[in-house]
Write a protein that binds this ligand. Structure first.
Ligand code: MTE
Ligand code: HPA
Ligand code: MOS
Length: 864
């Protein structure tokens, strides 16, 4: 900084003695340009933005001084350059339907009861994996991670590490007693990299030591020598260039595209990108593995959405049958999809290590390790061609979706497929070709993240339909409405829409938000302000519920009634904060007709309910709820003969003395699911969740900053099992979506090294990013006959509604561009960060610094 400020003094001398008038500004800007040169490859990147920002701030300063000096009246629209954001105390409303009159008082279903762990979570009493007290003889595991994106491992030398204090041993591929080959869906990974590494952050080895500090220090002292391999494929573009795809390349095709494009009045073609997203759960990945020393038995405590996969992959690495390994999971501090499979990387390594030393082993990743190792949401590139009539009717969509899967398949085929299934958003398009390329790259394997490819697919659709409206000169609302799904319509994968609630959500949301009045107010505001702009957008959504891998749509439960009348419920789902256990207690409460206080869920474990699916796809209350209900009904049936007299406790005791089994399992599979992509027929989903949101934003055109003034949401959750939890899920998903669409940006070096490794470099939403006015309504009177007690899933579907903030920002930018004389559509990728917003508001300041020729320099950072 020092040399720059001296230079600043020098050039600023040029300004001394000049008059404070409009001629001063260009002179001062050119001084700044000389003072703050930034080469195109400067560390930190964002060259044009940073240069524009300096002159933009100067402009703000210039105007504020001019205003105070009153020398020349600053034109009223220009005063917005210096004005502060409109700020009010935040407030929100949460609206839901009461339970029907006459519902038994004890029946908790449909009531807004508090998350059963909420109090413990806020006092800190809730126990997470790493809160478990140390076990006798326990060692800590430090990971040795690949520093190269694609390289041959020439040698691994742990000798220095082994001399360090507290160090017990070093563990690597040679120590794997079973199979080093692993992977959650296909076997294309290794527990420890053996011959080569295919991404930065891959596990090469591990050091066991007495403390975390010792283990981590020693892990850094392990010397790994590499020999670079070619090619190094980091971005989606690299993958396309090298045709590096996972096969087969899936495709959904309907109608006759050529003929439809022929008939279309207009055609738009475009390309758009949406970046990845770090899960940033509060609790990073953690595991404790306890070998029991007998018959290969091992117990794994792991923060995972997938106890069964944890068990199976550990057993495979250990070379023992699955019946020797138990995985237990009490709760997670968030998973968001990031713990659906990638936690197995950690737990399998710990299992091998624990086997080697025959002692318990613990790990909890530091945040920077977690961000490097465990993968993120898939970045996507979309290339599309849309044919439409001048009245806004869409006839044809030809879209190619490219997802960056990273170095292994993991769940990426499912993610790309879900993006394909959601590439119609809520619009009925008669002719579609959607092709999904799952790109294999040398980055950490990307994985499930709330929405699972859905938000990415939906994003492209909402973007091109916005452009259709702009091209036709018709309002955004009208174009969305004339293409919107109606009852009985067929999707592009030929599934019939039944009880389609999207129009209701849409209309009620427009009404709740007072859309039309506010549209006029926003337009008036924008007419009166040049440097602050407001934007308004309404976005609908539809999200398919079911695992798209049909076999995963099954669940089990185990219900025990003890002789004191208390009930222990176990089911296949895990608790990650989403309130699943609370809902399952509510289900058992209704099924057994006893108060929730008599029912407890303590953990999820593979020795109580086996062969479980991951807690994912938002379907866990649907699936496990049915299994719990079935188990409870079995027990109730057995108790029936004793119900003549006394209370629950009496029936239970009488049944016990009569030697009646007081424990039952329940099993459920979703009926009617099957989809054939070849024939493009069948039902990939059990049903859809619908919703709509209206958001209003204000942007600072000179800095690219934005604030969300108000959001209204109407969400269809059927007959909510628990409106308090469901509204919490909607609010949480929305704010997490705001991160995806407006803030969170992963920054990689051209060598595939992640720069953005902590909250200082990676911006997630904070309190001030919650919409100032935030109103959430649950759609009334919309029972769902496809799921437990007429409810619907809720975890993922609302996340996409946060794109209403993105499109409101885009709306605001349109106004700024119009003031600068720019007409027509423009490309805005996600996330709409301050940098993107500022640079899209083209003006005299952005024009001052022409962008450097791509390829003429090596950039500091790249986009995946
Ligand atoms: N809510 C909280 N508080 N924490 C989480 O990790 N994960 C989300 C969602 N809501 C998550 C959450 C994701 S990705 C999914 S798929 C669902 O919860 C899974 O739980 P469910 O099937 O019980 O809805
Ligand atoms: N959604 C979420 N997680 C999944 C899915 C899915 O469709 N399939 C496999 N894991
Ligand atoms: Mo959620 S992404 O299906 O774990």
């Amino acid at each position: 900084m020092a040399p720059t400020s001296i230079m600043a003094c020098n050039t600023a001398n040029r300004l001394i003695g000049l008059k404070w008038d409009n001629d001063l500004l260009p002179e001062a800007c050119s001084c700044l340009e000389d003072d703050l040169p930034l080469p195109p490859s400067v560390p930190g990147g964002m060259v044009e933005f940073r240069r524009t920002l300096t002159t933009s701030f100067l402009f703000k300063f210039f105007l504020s001084v001019q205003q105070r000096l009153n020398l020349k009246d600053v034109p009223p629209p220009y005063r917005s350059a210096c004005s502060l954001y409109h700020r009010e105390p935040p407030h929100g409303a949460q609206m839901y339907q009461e339970v029907p009159e006459g519902q038994a008082r004890e029946d908790a279903v449909g009531r807004p009861i508090m998350h059963l762990s909420a109090l413990k979570q806020v006092t800190g009493e809730a126990v997470y994996t790493d809160d478990m007290p140390p076990i006798q003889g326990e060692l800590y595991l430090g990971l040795v991670l690949s520093k190269k994106a694609h390289a041959k491992i020439v040698s691994i030398d742990p000798s220095e590490a082994l001399k360090m204090p507290g160090v017990e041993t070093f563990v690597s591929a040679e120590d794997v007693p079973g199979s080093n080959i692993t992977g959650p869906v296909v076997l294309d990974e290794e527990v420890f990299a053996s011959e080569k590494v295919t991404c930065v952050g891959q596990v090469v080895g591990a050091v066991l030591a007495d403390t975390q500090a010792h283990a981590q220090r020693a892990a850094k002292a392990v010397v790994v020598q590499y020999e670079d391999l070619e090619p190094k494929i980091i971005t989606i573009e690299d993958a396309i260039l090298h045709q590096s795809f996972f096969h087969p390349i899936n495709k959904i095709e309907k109608g006759n595209l050529e003929e439809a494009f022929e008939r279309s009045d207009q055609i738009i073609e475009g390309e758009l990108r949406i970046g990845g997203q770090e899960h940033f759960y509060l609790e990073t990945c953690a595991a404790i593995v306890v070998p029991h020393g007998e018959d290969g038995e091992m117990e794994i405590f792991c923060s995972t959405q997938n106890p069964t996969k944890t068990q199976m992959l550990a057993a495979k690495a250990l070379g023992v049958p699955a019946n020797r390994v138990v995985c237990r999971m009490k709760r997670m501090g968030g998973g968001f999809g990031g713990k659906e499979t990638r936690t197995c990387v950690i737990s399998s390594v710990c299992a091998v290590a624990a086997h080697k030393v025959r002692r318990p082993v613990r790990i909890m990743l530091d945040r920077d390790e977690d961000m490097v190792i465990t993968g993120t949401r898939h970045p996507f590139l979309g290339r599309y061609k849309v044919g439409f009539m001048s009245d806004g009717r869409v006839l044809a969509l030809d879209i190619s979706l490219y997802s960056n899967a990273g170095n292994s398949l993991d769940l990426s085929r499912g993610v790309t497929d879900r993006a394909l299934f959601h590439s119609d958003s809520v619009y009925t398009i008669p002719n579609v070709r959607a092709v999904g390329y799952t790109c294999k790259t040398n980055t950490a394997s990307n994985t499930a993240f709330r929405g699972f490819g859905g938000p990415q697919g939906l994003f492209f659709a909402e973007s091109w339909i916005s452009d259709v409206a702009t091209k036709c000169g018709i309002s955004q609302l009208t174009v969305r409405e004339i293409n919107m799904n109606k009852e009985g319509d067929l999707t592009h994968y030929n599934m019939k829409l039944e009880r389609c609630q999207v129009q209701r959500c849409w209309e009620e949301c427009l009404k709740q938000s007072d859309f039309h009045t506010r549209r006029r107010q926003v337009d008036r505001f924008n007419g009166e302000n040049r440097w602050k702009k407001r934007g308004l957008a309404a976005i609908p959504t539809k999200f398919g519920i079911s695992f798209t891998s049909t076999f995963l749509n099954q669940a089990g439960a185990l219900v025990h009634v003890y002789t004191d009348g208390s009930v222990l419920v176990t089911h296949g789902g895990t608790e990650m904060g989403q309130g699943l256990h609370t809902k399952m207690v509510q289900v058992a409460c209704r099924a057994l007709k006893i108060p929730t206080s008599r029912i407890h869920i303590s953990e999820t474990s593979t020795n109580t309910v086996p062969n479980t699916s991951p807690t994912a796809a938002s379907a866990s209350s649907d699936l496990n709820g049915m299994a719990v209900k079935i188990a409870c009904e079995t027990i109730l049936q057995r108790l029936e003969p004793y119900m003549g007299k006394g209370s629950w406790d009496d029936w239970v005791r009488a049944a016990y003395f009569d030697r009646v089994g007081l424990s039952a399992t329940g099993f459920y599979r979703t009926p009617g699911l099957a989809y054939d992509m070849e024939k493009n027929e069948g039902r990939p989903f059990n049903y859809f969740c619908y919703g709509a949101a209206v958001s209003e934003v204000e942007i600072d055109c000179l800095t690219g900053d934005h604030t969300v003034l108000r959001t209204d949401i109407v969400m269809d959750v059927g007959d909510s099992l628990n409106p308090a939890i469901d509204i919490g899920q909607i609010e949480g998903a929305f704010v997490q979506g705001c991160g995806l669409f407006t803030m969170e940006e992963q920054v990689y070096s051209p060598e595939g090294v992640l720069y953005s490794r902590g909250p200082g470099m990676y911006k997630i939403p904070g309190f001030a990013d919650i919409p100032i006015h935030f109103n959430v309504s649950l759609l009334r009177g919309a029972p769902n006959d496809k799921a437990i007690f007429s409810s619907k899933a809720v975890g993922e579907p609302p996340l996409f509604l946060a794109s209403s903030v993105f499109f409101a920002i885009k709306d605001a930018i349109y106004s700024a561009r119009a003031d600068a004389g720019l007409k027509g559509t423009f490309r805005l990728d996600s996330p709409a960060t301050a940098e993107c917003i500022r640079m899209a508001c083209e003006d005299q300041f952005t024009a001052q610094f022409p962008a450097a020729e791509p390829g003429s320099f090596k950039p500091w950072a790249i986009k995946l």
